[in-house]
Design a protein around this ligand. Structure first.
Ligand code: AMP
Length: 425
C-alpha cells in the first residue's frame, strides 16, 4: 500500500513526497480514509506512530476545496512544543498548497499572533490557554471551524485542560468533524469523547503500552549513584541522541550541569525556561549540537526527534502512562530504541507493575559497583523472599551480580564492551 491509494490532491501528494514518506504507517492506513469521508475518529495511538500526518493530510485535502478565507480547522494540543511541531508538519506537507496555518500558544507575544490571525489563516494549532485568551479578546474567530482535532487528549486531561476545551468547543459550530487522539483512555477522556464525537470510528494502534520497537532495561540503583550510573551508561552504549528524564525542573538543571562539567554536549529542557530558550534547546538537540537532553515530562511532550536512540529515566515516571509517553520519544517511525530506567527501592511498586505489563521486553540489568539488588515487589506476599531468576549475561563473561560495595572494581577501572552489562529477565 502506498500514498497514491488515498487519492490526495497532487499538491498535497507533493508534500508527502518531499518528506520522503513512501508507505503509510498503520494509523495512517486506518485513519486517513474515514477522516477523508468526514467521519469522526477516535485514535488510540501513541506518539511516534505517524498520527500527525494521519489527521493533517485529510485536513489539507478538505481545505483545498471550498473557500479559503476563514479558519476552518482547529488542532488543540497540550504543549507549546506539540503545537509548534504540528504547525511545522502542516507547513511541510502543505508546502505546495496555498493553505496557511498559525501556531497559538503562550509564553510569546500575543501581538504577532493577533496580526497573523488578522491575515488569512486556514488552520490553527493551539494550546488551550492562549486560544481562550484570543477568544476572550475577540481576536480569533472559530465560527467557521469544520474540523476539530484534540491531540494527546490524555495529556490535556493530566494537565487539567479539559474544562478549557469544553469552553473552547462552545465557540465552534455544532456541525463539524471531530477527531480525538490519545495514547491512553482515562475515563474523563472517554466522557469527553462521548460528549464531543458523533458515532466515531475507533482505531486502536498497538496496545496501550510502549511502542514495540523499544527494548526496556531496568537498573536497580540508589539515589546517590544515579549520576555515576548515567555517565557509565552514556560511556558504554552505542548511541545517537539521548533523552534523559528527571522528575523535577531543578533536577533536570542540575543533572545537565553535572554532565556538562564532565564534558558531555548536553542541554536541559524544563518549564522554567523562556519559550525562546526552549525553542533554542530543542533546535540544538534536533540538529545534533547537543547529544543529550535532560528534560522534565511536560517539557518533553511533543518532542519529535527521530534519531533518539535512548530514553533514560533518571527518575522513574509516576505512572505507567507517563512511562508510555516518555518511551514514545524513541523508536519513532519504526526505528528501534532502548529505554533505560533507574529504579530505586521506592520505585519498586511501579517497576514491578511495568514489568508485569511489558513482560519479556523488560530485563533488570546490573553494572558492577553502581547498581544494587533488584527491589522486592511490594505486592508479593509479606515474608516471601524475592528471587530473581534467569540471569543472562550480555558479554558472556559469567560475572555474577554483586551489590555496591562488595569488592567490585570502580566504574573507571571496568572495561566494557558496548552493552556489556548483565541482565535478568
Ligand atoms: P508522529 O507520531 O506524528 O509524531 O510522527 C512520528 C514521526 O514519523 C515523524 O518524524 C514523522 O515525520 C514520521 N512519519 C510520519 N509518517 C510517516 C511515514 N508514512 N513514513 C515515514 N515516516 C513517517
Amino acid at each position: 500500500m502506498n500514498f497514491e491509494k488515498f487519492a490526495l490532491h497532487e499538491k498535497i501528494f507533493a508534500g508527502v513526497r518531499s518528506q520522503g514518506y513512501t508507505t503509510p504507517t498503520p494509523i495512517q492506513l486506518q485513519a486517513i480514509p474515514p477522516i477523508m469521508e468526514g467521519r469522526d475518529v477516535m485514535g488510540i495511538a501513541q506518539t511516534g506512530t505517524g498520527k500527525t500526518a494521519a489527521f493533517v493530510l485529510p485536513i489539507l485535502q478538505r481545505l483545498m476545496q471550498g473557500p479559503q478565507r476563514n479558519v476552518r480547522a482547529l488542532i488543540i494540543a497540550p504543549t507549546r512544543e506539540l503545537c509548534q511541531q504540528t504547525h511545522e508538519v502542516i507547513g511541510q506537507l502543505g508546502r505546495r498548497t496555498q493553505l496557511r496555518s498559525a501556531s497559538i500558544y503562550g509564553g510569546v507575544s500575543i501581538r504577532g499572533q493577533i496580526k497573523k490571525l488578522n491575515d488569512h489563516v486556514d488552520i490553527i494549532s493551539a494550546c488551550p490557554g492562549r486560544l481562550l485568551d484570543h477568544l476572550d479578546r475577540g481576536t480569533a474567530d472559530l465560527s467557521h471551524i469544520e474540523v476539530l482535532v484534540l491531540d494527546e487528549a490524555d495529556h490535556m486531561f493530566d494537565m487539567g485542560f479539559l474544562p478549557d476545551i469544553r469552553r473552547i468547543v462552545k465557540s465552534l459550530p455544532a456541525k463539524r468533524q471531530t477527531l480525538l487522539f490519545s495514547a491512553t483512555m482515562p475515563s474523563d477522556v472517554q466522557h469527553l469523547a462521548n460528549d464531543l464525537l458523533h458515532n466515531p470510528l475507533e482505531i486502536r494502534i498497538g496496545r496501550s503500552a510502549p511502542v514495540e520497537t523499544v527494548s526496556h532495561r531496568f537498573y536497580p540503583v540508589q539515589m546517590d549513584t544515579k549520576t555515576d550510573l548515567l555517565k557509565d551508561l552514556l560511556d558504554h552504549t552505542e548511541r545517537e541522541s539521548v533523552l534523559v528524564f528527571t522528575r523535577t525542573k531543578s533536577r533536570a538543571k542540575s543533572v545537565a550541569g553535572r554532565l556538562d562539567k564532565s564534558g558531555y554536549k548536553v542541554i536541559s529542557l524544563h518549564g522554567n525556561l523562556t519559550q525562546q530558550k526552549r525553542q533554542k534547546a530543542l533546535a540544538g538537540f534536533r540538529d545534533g549540537r547537543y547529544e543529550i537532553m535532560v528534560a522534565t515530562d511536560i517539557a518533553a511532550r511533543g518532542i519529535d526527534v527521530t534519531n533518539i536512540s535512548h530514553v533514560i529515566n533518571y527518575d522513574m515516571p509516576e505512572t505507567t502512562d507517563a512511562y508510555t509517553h516518555r518511551i514514545g520519544r524513541t523508536g519513532r517511525a519504526s526505528k528501534t530504541g532502548e529505554a533505560f530506567t533507574f529504579v530505586t527501592n521506592q520505585d519498586a511498586g511501579l517497576a514491578h507493575s511495568l514489568k508485569r505489563s511489558l513482560g519479556d521486553k523488560v530485563a533488570y540489568h546490573s553494572v558492577d559497583g553502581l547498581t544494587i539488588a533488584v527491589p522486592a515487589d511490594p505486592a508479593s506476599r509479606p515474608g516471601r523472599k524475592h528471587s530473581v531468576t534467569g540471569v543472562k549475561t550480555h558479554n558472556g563473561n559469567g560475572r555474577s551480580f554483586s551489590p555496591k560495595g562488595h569488592g567490585n572494581k570502580s566504574s573507571k577501572q571496568r572495561s566494557f564492551k558496548p552493552a556489556g552489562h548483565r541482565s535478568w529477565s
